[in-house]
Design a protein around this ligand. Structure first.
Ligand code: ASP
Length: 346
């Protein structure tokens, strides 16, 4: 008798669970999503959101940046086409960008209010949700490689300051003097920001002429693995030891093979508060919306409504791309088997 009753109870539980599952599936009817085009691989890169005037589009500087994005995309495509791993593509792309003084990452990092450069980076692997991040580091030449080491060679996810630097050294990464990160134009930007800071509001954390900067990359490889990474010097004139969204998993970076990979750029405080990168993944998982619809909602409605400047790049598990931003410009590009796009303005 007892056996029969248990069987009946178990069947009831089983039936109600299946009903819950079916109803979730029923909601996912958007043909754009369920029949989403499959790409063998895909790669998307950003060089930061900011304020640039479209009338300067012809500027040599802008064209040179686009050419750089173009060659990074082609390099990444070559790796992915040959079966290269998303993790290697993301670290390679970001390392090159960290060496380029035009970007606000690595060599070209902006200055904190104490006249020093403090760098943040993170990376996440969508296969097992493993992740690594470093924050406030002052002497690691390639913070993205330190983030990767935290992910692959430590039992931690997030390391900051001296501990992160010591760990990077132990892993054999290249250390540099903080002066290595000095660039004249970024220093001038600090001086300008200090003069303006008395009138500071959240929004003016991004100077009216604040340019491209932070870098990010998301790759989907042929095995279906999604990896996302972000690297930055943060915001010009930030309080020293301030940490933005870029190294915060779920805020500036997120990757999950079941949903999507995301790298954000913008005024980090908002991206942390709204857990933007993870929000992208959650909405993709639990709603019927496409990656473009979700990105657009978050960046151009939720964040825009509160004057939160920024943008993001994302790839869903099928290789569909989203690159929304609510500033005047965001340097960005993506590539897959059949298409390549590089753009700066809307
Ligand atoms: N999100 C970065 C930060 O707040 C800055 C940026 O993307 O430009 O540190």
């Amino acid at each position: 008798m007892l056996y029969r009753i248990s069987l009946i109870i178990l069947s009831i539980i089983f039936i109600s669970c299946s009903e819950i599952d079916t109803s979730v599936e029923k909601k996912q009817k958007n043909p754009l999503k369920t029949n989403a085009k499959q790409h063998d691989f895909a790669l998307v890169i950003h060089g930061g959101a900011g304020y640039l005037s479209p009338k300067n589009d012809a500027d040599k500087e802008h064209n040179a940046l686009k050419t750089t994005m173009d060659s990074l995309l082609i390099m990444g495509k070559t790796m992915l086409e040959k079966g290269g791993e998303a993790i290697d593509v993301v670290t390679k792309v970001i390392t090159i960008m960290e060496d380029d003084p035009r970007f606000n990452a690595g060599k070209g990092a902006v200055f904190a209010n104490n006249g020093k450069n403090e760098l943040d980076a993170s990376i996440m692997h969508g296969k097992d949700l493993n992740a690594g991040a470093v924050a406030g580091v002052t002497n690691i030449k390639h913070p993205i490689l330190a983030a990767k080491e935290v992910m692959t060679s430590s039992r931690h996810v997030f390391m900051a300051g001296q501990g992160a630097e010591q760990f990077a050294e132990e892993q054999g990464l290249t250390l540099v003097d903080n002066k290595y990160f000095f660039t004249q134009n970024k220093f001038e930007r600090l001086e300008k920001a200090k003069k303006q800071s008395s009138k500071s509001s959240m929004r003016s954390d991004y100077l009216p002429d604040e340019k491209y900067g932070t870098v990010g990359c998301v790759a989907l490889d042929k095995k279906g693995n999604i990896v996302a990474g972000t690297s930055t010097g943060g915001l010009t004139n930030k309080q020293y030891n301030r940490i933005g969204d870029s190294p915060v998993i779920g805020a500036g970076t997120y990757a999950d093979n079941r949903t999507c990979g995301v790298s954000c750029t913008g005024v980090g405080e908002f991206f942390i508060r709204y857990a933007v990168a993870h929000e992208m993944s959650s909405q993709y998982r639990y709603t019927d919306k496409t990656i473009q619809e979700i990105g657009d909602d978050i960046i151009n409605k939720t964040l825009k409504d509160i004057n939160a400047d920024g943008g993001l790049i994302a790839l869903d598990k099928y290789g569909n791309v989203a690159m929304p931003f609510n500033t005047t410009a965001m340097l960005r590009g993506y590539i897959n088997e059949e298409e390549k796009v590089v753009a700066l303005f809307h």
